[in-house]
Design a binder for this molecule. Structure first.
Ligand code: 4HU
Length: 445
């Protein structure tokens, strides 16, 4: 059985309320556990955030793509013990296919790149905003879905690609009013860990599993991480060596350990040099402990964090040069990041940076008598054809209409009254200047 059904037995289901005979509700009006509704005010904030994602994608000349939320389970089966693959929202569909609600975007993007094959010329710069799912036991009460903005560059092996992606992240934060005093971007490279494993002759096939375990530093205690590394087959001496190198916070110290011919050092030096030219150096900092928790990263990895240390990573990404070849394609270099919609909003709330996005309506049209509902429709239709947003109100008292107009920040109140209509006119009240005037219907725009 899929984890989705198995868990229902594990969850402590609340006992149904005692029947009082007065029950009216026949359905639970809450959304499924771990999921969210977006009523208008929340939807306006989400749209504001997504509009900023889209604008930054445009600034970097990325093309929008999209994929099904439902994917083949096979796309996400990996053997490195990642949390994301242990929490797959997976099930069997009515055709007996093993499918999932996708936990991330990158494998779908890789699938489409391969499917497009020679019909696309590299490099590709693609972005999408899509909902991702995990089946997390609700013991921790965490969400089971979030929306992720993904930006990926396919076909660029140079560190320039990572520098571009980090520029996108910096531009996004700046658009949201976030500064480098609030948020930093930790940068490292999986090649650091690769070099250390080579120093201790640890077999290559353990690389992904070791990365996934090391990513737990900061979430698990150092002892627990060391224990998991040894259980994975890493000898104690190597475990100590790994933990020591990952505590490095300076590139020069890293060069002392890995040597002047280290690829990891060269890549990171290049990235920090490009950052100078972009003018975003104050946002990024080398931190060898950054490995990120996805198995397929192979090079530079990065994550944005709140400097107050209250929240989980705001976004993260890295280079994944081997992923496409594991799906059967030629080796195609790639890198990208995912930026969730939930942690950033928590952060903006913490910082008092959530904008007050009021509802936007231009005109309210109100027939003063019931027999004017037909004429009011003519006014509404004419205004909408001229591109005006119109809220047609009926069966309300005028006092309520004025209050409603204030509430929704309408620009104008158009009253359709008998005497005016007989003269081909309507009465308009400009709600910002308070000016009132009559105007011919076909002059109303
Ligand atoms: O970032 C991990 C993740 C994946 C899917 C859904 C949610 Br909520 N979180």
């Amino acid at each position: 059985s899929s984890t989705a059904t198995q868990d229902s037995a594990d969850e402590v289901a609340e006992p149904p309320p005692l029947a009082t005979g007065k029950e009216t509700s026949v359905v639970d009006v809450n959304p499924p556990r771990g999921t969210r509704d977006f009523p208008p005010e929340d939807m306006r904030l989400r749209n504001w955030l997504f509009q900023n994602f889209r604008e930054v994608s445009r600034l970097l000349s990325f093309e929008e793509v999209d994929f099904p939320v439902l994917e083949s389970e096979a796309l996400f089966i990996r053997k490195a013990g990642e949390e994301i693959t242990q929490q797959l929202y997976n099930f069997e569909d009515k055709g007996g296919r093993r499918v999932v609600l996708r936990p991330e975007i990158t494998p779908s993007l890789a699938r489409l790149v391969i499917k497009q094959g020679k019909s696309v010329s590299l490099p590709l710069k693609w972005f999408t905003i899509g909902q991702c799912w995990r089946y997390e036991r609700m013991t921790r009460g965490r969400r089971r879905e979030h929306y992720q903005w993904n930006m990926d560059i396919i076909g660029v092996s140079k560190v320039r690609a990572e520098a571009e992606l980090i520029h996108a992240i910096v531009l996004l934060f700046e658009r949201l009013g976030v500064t480098s005093l609030d948020v930093g971007i930790r940068v490292s490279s999986r090649k650091v860990l690769q070099a250390v494993l080579q120093m201790y002759s640890i077999p290559e096939h353990l690389f992904m599993e070791v990365c996934v375990i090391v990513d737990k530093l900061g979430k698990l205690s150092r002892e627990e991480v060391e224990k998991e590394l040894m259980q994975a087959g890493v000898l104690l001496e190597a475990v100590k060596g790994i933990v020591e190198v990952l505590s490095l916070k300076s590139l020069s110290k890293l060069e002392e350990v890995l040597g002047s011919d280290s690829e990891a050092v060269a890549d990171l030096k290049r990235l920090f040099s490009l950052a100078e030219h972009y003018g975003y150096s104050e946002w990024i900092t080398f931190d060898a402990s950054v490995v990120r928790g996805l198995a397929y990263y192979t090079g530079i990895v990065f994550e944005a964090f709140d400097r107050a240390g209250k929240l989980r990573a705001i976004c993260g990404g890295g280079r994944y040069d081997r992923l496409l070849s594991t799906f059967g394609s030629d080796d195609i270099p790639a890198c990208g990041f995912g930026f969730g919609d939930a942690v950033i909003v928590e952060f903006l709330k913490e910082k008092g940076l959530v904008p007050d996005i009021a509802r936007q309506v231009e005109d309210i049209v109100f027939p003063l008598d019931v027999e004017l509902e037909g004429p009011a429709s003519k006014v509404v239709s004419s205004l909408r054809r001229k591109g005006r947003s119109v809220d047609l109100i009926e069966d309300k008292r005028l006092k309520w209409v004025f209050k409603h107009a204030e509430r929704i920040n309408a620009s104008r109140l158009v009253l359709v009254g008998n005497s005016e209509w007989q003269r081909g006119m309507v009465r308009v009240k400009n709600l910002s200047t308070r000016e009132e005037y009559e105007i011919k219907i076909d002059e109303l725009c």
